[in-house]
Design a protein. Structure first.
Ligand SMILES: Nc1ncnc2c1ncn2[C@@H]1O[C@H](COP(=O)(O)OP(=O)(O)O)[C@@H](O)[C@H]1O
Ligand SMILES: [Mg+2]
Length: 266
């Protein structure tokens, strides 16, 4: 049995939490059919932050929606802790680029939403929401309305809303893509602090190679559509990582070159 060190977590081979096996996805509409994933196989380890990068339109969001159980695969399987994924479930939480919050609800009520649906008593809902609002630094904004918040704050509500249900896996689709560069950097640092406090697995889609290197235990580089795995890059460096260091810059350059080769118009 081989052991690698994945950022202070000891990874033991065979410890994978999610198995994606021979996944195919073809979208069929009246006139066309588009194959987005073809024979896609990947194992994801418990507690890792794994980023997915790839050319625009290659199938990243499709892959995440399949893992979320929001759409069915054409063929192939996804199993999470031994259970085949056949629809959405409380073991997975999702964070969207456009936040997808409930604008008419307060911050607290947004975070409590999933617990309301699950029928968790009010006292417990309140206590858990408080805890996660504190983790994302929004304890003083619990009663604010969504429209009163900045983009970065909205996304912190989105993260708290996903985490509060304590899902084993959090799925993030370009969560910081709508934010300005400075807020984005603050959110990345904030996410690393949050991760210190949990053992949740994060599957993180980004079009920023810089962000992927800054955050990830592993980066999966996808080919152009139909997406398959071009390379998996393991990043053993401790965090926080120095974006200006020679090894960071060299890795960024290499991954960008790989992506460039896939970036043909299709
Ligand atoms: N519901 C759908 N019906 C038909 N085609 C779709 C649908 N969703 C996505 N696609 C197509 O699938 C391809 C991959 O989309 P997507 O997974 O969103 O890529 P990415 O997130 O990597 O940019 C694109 O060509 C897109 O137009
Ligand atoms: Mg997408």
């Amino acid at each position: 049995m081989s052991e690698d060190n994945v950022n202070n977590k000891t990874y033991v081979e065979g410890d994978e939490q999610i198995h994606i096996r021979n996944l195919h996805k073809t979208y069929v509409t009246d006139e066309t059919s588009v194959t987005v994933l073809e024979d896609f196989t990947l194992d994801i380890r418990k507690g890792e932050l794994i980023s997915i990068v790839g050319p625009s339109g290659c199938g990243k969001t499709t892959l995440l929606r399949l893992i979320a159980g929001l759409i069915p695969p054409t063929s192939g399987t996804i199993t999470i802790e031994g259970r085949e994924c056949e629809g959405p479930g409380s073991d997975r939480g999702m964070v969207f680029q456009d936040f997808a919050l409930f604008p008419w609800r307060t911050v607290r009520k947004n975070v409590e939403f999933g617990m309301e649906v699950a029928g968790i008593p009010k006292e417990e809902r309140r206590a858990r929401a408080e805890r996660y609002l504190e983790i994302v630094g929004l304890q003083d904004f619990a009663d604010s309305r969504i429209h009163e918040l900045s983009g970065g704050m909205k996304q912190r509500v989105g993260i708290a809303r996903a985490m509060v249900n304590n899902p084993a896996v959090i799925l993030m689709d370009e969560p910081f893509g709508a934010l300005d560069a400075q807020t984005r950097n603050l959110m990345q640092a904030g996410l690393l602090r949050i991760l210190d406090k949990t053992d949740q697995t994060i599957i993180f889609i980004t079009h920023s190679v810089d962000e992927a290197i800054f955050l990830s235990d592993r980066i999966v580089i996808l080919t152009k559509r139909p997406a398959s795995i071009k390379e998996i890059v393991e990043i053993p460096w401790p965090r926080p990582r120095d974006r200006a260091s020679p090894e960071f810059t060299a890795l960024r350059k290499r991954i960008l070159e790989e992506l460039e080769k896939e970036n043909v118009l299709q």
